[in-house]
Design a binder for this molecule. Structure first.
Ligand code: 6PG
Length: 482
């Protein structure tokens, strides 16, 4: 009997996905560039299973049922191109290559188009949930050649995480690089969620002087509220984790955040498309700032930074912080969905936002109860342009407003950096202001560069130039917007 699917790349994610597929009754052919890895896998975790090995790409191809489905679980970038180049001459028309790595979506756009010309179908799929997710149920976000989806769907939906109603956290996202685009936004939101949690932690630790056990209890309680999520849950575990000397391990970890690039891509894409994705972008910059450790140490001394003590009833502050965190999180998701909407319109992807929320409901790093409410919001209005306008989320934003402002103001007053929570509030203030000061900005542009402006008392699209000084000419520059 031939194999149902081939997987190339036997690092931890690849191995765990294969074992997951095997658990669901699929016959998987496993290949790795170095042959020893194949043997190690077959004699180790795959021993006693239905999994078979392939020591060359030809052997892999020969051992697969048609149309062949070959999933690459290798490092994103050139390695993917190099495997594609080697595979294509061995494949038949209608065969399917799947890239399950964290690929930047323009690469997937390019690969889908290039392989289409050769009659090969290509799927670029986000896979989220880390090692455990891969093994027991990840969130899977596939996009690319739609013709390939019916062949891959049963396998992916079987191995994916399921919601509480047993719906698979995997569905077709859209054409081209839509799957990898949605995974990129997922990761951007992951950056935002993580940053918000760290801001709450710093406020509690430095501002309120709380112990790690106290903070752990707070996160345990928060996890029973609308904030219920994987990231809040692991934060409570981390805060309670003691090093061998009985002290909290988290305080011994260097405060310099790493990043592999997906958050940065999200920010760059938002700038490219002109979407105010402020919270995620601030979260990326917060990681950049954290990496300037030596400079920060010097600057703290240079500026003689004082302790940032927050006076007042601790319990009242903790509840205010919970509300500020929840409201900021709503803004972050609202911005992320705005970005997806713009990309969907621009690329003709026809994204289904309710389905995206469903795919993120389980298995992935940002899984949370909250995503069910997002799904409900898009069920009510599939064209919702701002998540915060949905009545459930609007209610939370309104109820949290005063606590959120208190936390933001206090953080500024005592000097606790909360870039994401405060930028979320600033965004909402801007978004809910019908008249912003951009009129003055337009005047400045016209004053120094004759860039022209539109008038509130004339139809949109009519442009005016004023000779502000009486010295410049009446000739305006060409009007275009990037
Ligand atoms: C996931 C994660 C994963 C990501 C890591 C590390 O969905 O399972 O998003 O894909 O690579 O979380 O990302 P950074 O190194 O950029 O923090």
């Amino acid at each position: 009997m031939k194999g149902d699917i081939g997987v190339i790349g036997l690092a931890v994610m690849g191995q765990n996905l294969i074992l997951n597929m095997n658990d669901h009754g699929y016959k998987v052919v496993a290949h790795n560039r170095t042959a020893e890895k194949v043997d190690e896998f077959l004699q180790g975790p795959a021993k006693g299973t239905n999994i078979v090995g392939a020591y060359s790409l030809q052997e892999l191809v020969d051992k697969l049922e048609s149309p062949r489905k070959i999933m690459l679980m290798v490092r994103a970038g050139d390695v993917v191109d190099s495997f594609i180049d080697k595979l294509v001459p061995l494949l038949d028309k209608g065969d399917i290559i799947i890239d399950g790595g964290n690929t930047n979506f323009p690469d997937t756009n390019r690969r889908v188009a290039a392989l289409k010309e050769k009659g090969i179908h290509f799927i670029g799929s986000g896979v989220s949930g880390g090692e455990e997710g891969a093994r027991f149920g990840p969130s899977i976000m596939p996009g690319g050649s739609p013709e390939a989806w019916p062949f891959v769907k049963p396998i992916f939906q079987a191995i994916s995480a399921k919601t509480e109603n047993d719906e698979p956290c995997c569905d077709w996202v859209g054409n081209d690089g839509a799957g990898h685009f949605v995974k990129m936004v997922h990761n951007g939101i992951e950056y935002g969620d993580m940053q918000l949690i760290t801001e709450a932690y710093q406020f509690m630790k430095d501002g309120l002087g709380m112990t790690h056990d106290e903070m752990q209890s707070v996160f345990i309680e928060w996890n029973k509220t609308e904030l219920n999520s994987y990231l809040v849950e692991i934060t409570s575990d981390i805060l309670g984790y003691k090093d061998t000397d009985g002290e909290p391990l988290v305080e011994k970890i260097l405060d310099t955040a790493g990043q592999k690039g997906t958050g940065k891509w999200t920010g760059i894409n938002a700038l490219d498309m002109g979407i105010p994705l402020t919270l995620i972008t601030e979260s990326v910059f917060a990681r950049c700032l954290s990496s300037l450790k030596d400079q920060r140490v010097e600057a703290e001394e240079l500026f003689g930074k004082k302790e940032s003590i927050v006076e007042g009833d601790k319990q009242v502050w903790i509840e205010a912080l919970r509300q500020a965190l929840l409201a900021s999180k709503i803004i972050s998701y609202a911005q992320g969905f705005m970005l997806m909407r713009e990309a969907s319109n621009e690329n003709g992807w026809d994204l289904n936002y309710g389905n995206v929320a469903l795919m993120w409901r389980g298995g992935c790093i940002i899984r949370s109860a909250f995503l069910s409410n997002i799904r409900d919001a898009y069920d009510i209005d599939p064209e919702l342009s701002f998540l915060g306008s949905d009545s459930y989320f609007k209610g939370i934003l309104e109820n949290s407003m005063s606590a959120w402002r208190k936390v933001a103001a206090k953080s500024m007053e005592v000097g606790i950096p909360m870039p994401s929570m405060t930028s979320a509030l600033t965004f909402l203030d801007g978004y809910t202001t019908a008249r912003l000061p951009a009129n003055l900005l337009q005047a400045q542009r016209d004053y120094f560069g004759a860039h022209t402006y539109e008038r509130v008392d004339k139809p949109k699209g009519e442009f005016f130039h004023t000779n502000w000084t009486g010295k410049g000419g009446d000739v305006s520059s060409t009007t275009y917007n990037s």
